[in-house]
Design a protein around this ligand. Structure first.
Ligand code: ADE
Length: 419
């Protein structure tokens, strides 16, 4: 029997049809699910998963369950859960789920503890809160764990820091660092879904607006290019000279956040760092400036400072909080500074999550087969898995590519041929 804490189990019907809709865009994961059904590589494996509870995650849960796994699922962000999907995961898949959109911090962590109560062999994490809780508060369970996966850049950075300090007590596969993950999910997924979240929350026209992207990693690149595609005048802020140069040569304006603050209409943080938009920025902003975050944690905008500066606040529409400063200027914060793409929209489209979650499913299988050879480190997804996913995705899209001739293969491994 599934145990659960979801908003309303009666929402399952609506969740189910949305999960089916997503499934149509996830052919690679479907193929893996079919193989898992036939070969059952995960029989006897208990999984604790801490992921955004979305239609795409539901499809990943189905694939893992088809492989024979027993799963507990909780949310990896207090505001990203799709309540109808959570209900369907419990009702239709029989998977114990602990996730409610808008849950407070205590409930969020109590849900992680509930997910861990399965006594996992494998952990799936998105941001490393579950791994952290396991290492800090439920150490007694670590002995059973064979390995884990991590979905996102922020989580990988955290786990690498744990490994460097000798604190990581089991191996982790960094799904985020697979080419078939970050080149597509981080760039096109974050790019599209962030713009989607901003538009759903505000209904603003981006064409002609001054759109400031803080951070030019793969996610920032995606957000900047999509905003430009909609006609915004895009400014990039960076701390890395290399990334700043790249942004400049990609055709964006580059300047310090202090200068961008004076002219931006819409600000998006996507750096993975704290207090990127701080007091000085709010003080410099134009009346009506919109501020949001699409990095993993709600730490990139200094909301406490904004609260202190404001003489009043109100929710002006869903996900849009108005802060009125002493001089009457208004700053609008979207989705409490949490991931705007998952809070105000539905996260990355299914077609990119297809590849990210194919990496998750195959990495879980890899851990089960290879855990004895893995150390307490953060590993890349093996290239064979990465290449297999790219091939499957291409063929699902009906795209054929060339292959090397024997002569070309020989040339690439030779050194005699020159000018
Ligand atoms: N991360 C970003 N978008 C997501 C989605 N649609 N499902 C699960 N995790 C996500």
């Amino acid at each position: 029997m599934a145990t659960y804490h979801v908003r309303d189990i009666k929402l399952a019907d609506r969740g189910r049809s949305k999960i089916q809709w997503a499934q149509m865009q996830m052919p690679v994961l479907q193929k893996i699910k079919k193989r898992f059904e036939e070969t059952k590589p995960l029989v006897g494996i208990r999984i604790a998963a801490c992921l955004h509870v979305t239609t795409e995650t539901a499809n990943l849960m189905m694939a893992l369950k088809a492989g024979g796994a027993d799963i507990h699922l909780c949310a990896s962000n207090p505001l990203s859960t799709q309540d109808d999907v959570a209900a369907s995961i419990v009702h239709d898949l029989g998977i114990s789920t602990f996730a409610i959109k808008g849950e407070d911090k205590d409930t969020y962590y109590s849900h992680i503890v509930s997910a861990l109560s399965i006594k996992p062999h494998i952990t799936l994490d998105d941001g490393a809160d579950l791994v952290f809780t396991l290492h800090k508060e439920m150490k007694e369970l670590i002995g059973d764990v064979l390995g884990g996966t991590e979905e996102t850049t922020t989580g990988v950075i955290r786990l690498k820091a744990m490994a460097k300090n000798g604190e990581l007590r089991y191996p982790i596969i960094a799904v985020n660092d697979a080419y078939t993950k970050y080149l597509f999910d981080n760039r096109y997924g974050t790019g599209q879904s962030t713009i989607d979240g901003i538009i759903r929350a505000t209904n603003r026209l981006l064409a002609g607006s001054v759109f400031v992207v803080c951070g030019y990693g793969w996610c920032g690149r995606g957000v900047a290019s999509r905003a430009k595609g909609l006609g915004a005048r895009v400014i990039v802020t960076e701390v890395s000279p290399l990334k700043a140069l790249e942004a400049l040569m990609d055709g964006f304006e580059v300047m310090p956040i202090k200068d961008a603050s004076k002219i931006g209409d819409i600000f998006v943080t996507v750096t993975g760092n704290i207090n990127v938009i701080s007091e000085d920025c709010f003080i410099a902003m134009k009346d009506g400036a919109i501020v949001c975050n699409t990095g993993h944690f709600n730490v990139e905008i200094d909301i406490e400072k904004l609260k202190k500066l404001a003489k009043s606040t109100r929710m002006i529409r869903d996900y849009v909080e108005e802060y009125t400063l002493d001089d009457g200027r208004r700053v609008y914060l979207l989705a409490e500074g949490r991931l705007v793409n998952l809070a105000a929209a539905e996260g990355h489209p299914s077609a990119v999550m297809d590849m990210s979650f194919a990496n998750q499913a195959l990495s879980v299988e890899y851990i089960v087969k290879n855990y004895k050879n893995l150390k307490n480190m953060v590993y890349k997804v093996p290239d064979t898995i990465d290449n297999e996913i790219a091939s499957l995705k291409l063929s699902s899209m009906g795209i054929k590519i060339d292959s090397l001739t024997d002569e070309q293969t020989k040339y690439l491994s030779s050194w005699e041929y020159g000018t």
